[in-house]
Ligand binder design. Structure first.
Ligand code: ZN
Length: 318
């Protein structure tokens, strides 16, 4: 049995884990990184954490074939260089795979965290029955990954899959990316909350008060209220699903995938979003590619980052 190390590098911490060939997590641990330290020091610390996890796992060192790193931000997966890590600017410019590989004595691979999540779902989650999938994460932001012919499609500048910034309305809402009408502004966290708070909904009866988080309306509160039968919340999720489905129809026409896999916190609303998304996608997409495409909720949940990062080794070495 071979094993693969995954490093889920985030703004304030890292998670390190090891999976086996079946994608089962053998061990995992999490560590806090200090963004004030220099990039070199942070890489050294990541290497130490990885060595600790490998040692604690008691797995035969020779069977641990490599290390995959998933990171937010802009990066170059071919050179292994981090370009812009928004929350940890000291890491900008660091060739993380070269340095980790030298310290650990194993090949190391880098990609952005949504691409790694997509690979994880492709190998070990909701996408394992397919060769052509589109994965999308719905959270504060909206990200995507595209796998075609069994391989991650990165594009000419490694930015393929920026599905959240696909404009669905040329005179739509302003997006911080500088564009108007980006999908993320409608189906991301703020878009969903804005839809709920829309003044036209004033006076509607809603049971949301029971589910507020620190007094705030959040997508989670809306999902919980909807699951409890709250009509306004159900309507807000339905509209969110319809907008998502409208965007998915375009992707189905462009890429003819076998499945679309939706992950991220907001996907926990399940059929309340995915049902309307599927209906709308089928209504707007060209009939032939729409006929066979299936929409699934992502399966890897909280471990998606770790399993995904480790899947990068599988994608590169097998
Ligand atoms: Zn945008």
């Amino acid at each position: 049995m071979n094993y693969y190390v995954g490093i889920d590098f985030g703004g304030t911490g890292i998670k390190v884990g090891i999976i086996n060939e079946d994608g089962e997590i053998q061990i995992k641990d999490s560590f806090v990184t200090d963004p004030q330290k220099s990039g070199e020091e942070i890489v050294k610390y990541i290497a130490e954490c990885t060595q600790k996890v490998i040692k604690d796992s008691k797995l035969p060192e020779a069977n641990i074939l490599g290390v995959g790193i998933g990171s937010p931000g802009l990066l170059n997966p071919e050179t292994g260089q981090l370009k812009v890590v928004v929350n940890v600017p000291n890491m900008n410019g660091i060739y993380i795979t070269k340095q980790l590989s030298e310290i650990l004595g194993k090949p190391a691979f880098l990609d952005n965290d949504v691409n790694t999540m997509s690979l994880g779902e492709f190998y070990y989650g909701a996408g394992k029955a397919y060769q052509h999938i589109i994965a999308m994460t719905l959270g504060t932001g909206v990200g995507g990954g595209i796998i075609l012919n069994g391989e991650l499609y990165r594009g000419a500048s490694f930015t393929a899959g920026e599905l959240g910034h696909m404009s669905i309305s040329r005179d739509g809402k302003y997006c911080p990316c500088g564009n108007y009408g980006c999908l993320e502004r409608y189906v991301g966290r703020d878009g969903i909350v804005e839809r709920f708070m829309n003044p036209k909904n004033k006076g509607f009866e809603t049971s949301i008060d029971k589910y507020l988080e620190d007094g705030e309306v959040t997508p989670k509160a809306i999902s919980l209220a909807a699951a409890d039968g709250d009509k306004l919340s159900i309507q807000v999720l339905r509209e969110t699903g319809e907008i998502l489905g409208f965007a998915l129809a375009t992707l189905v026409n462009a890429l003819n995938p076998e499945a679309i896999i939706i992950g991220g916190g907001i996907s926990n609303a399940g059929d309340l979003i995915l049902g309307p998304a599927s209906e709308t996608m089928h209504r707007f997409a060209y009939a032939i590619p729409a006929k066979d495409v299936e929409i699934h909720k992502a399966e890897l949940g909280n471990d998606a980052g770790l399993v995904g990062a480790a899947s990068l080794v599988v994608a590169n070495l097998t």
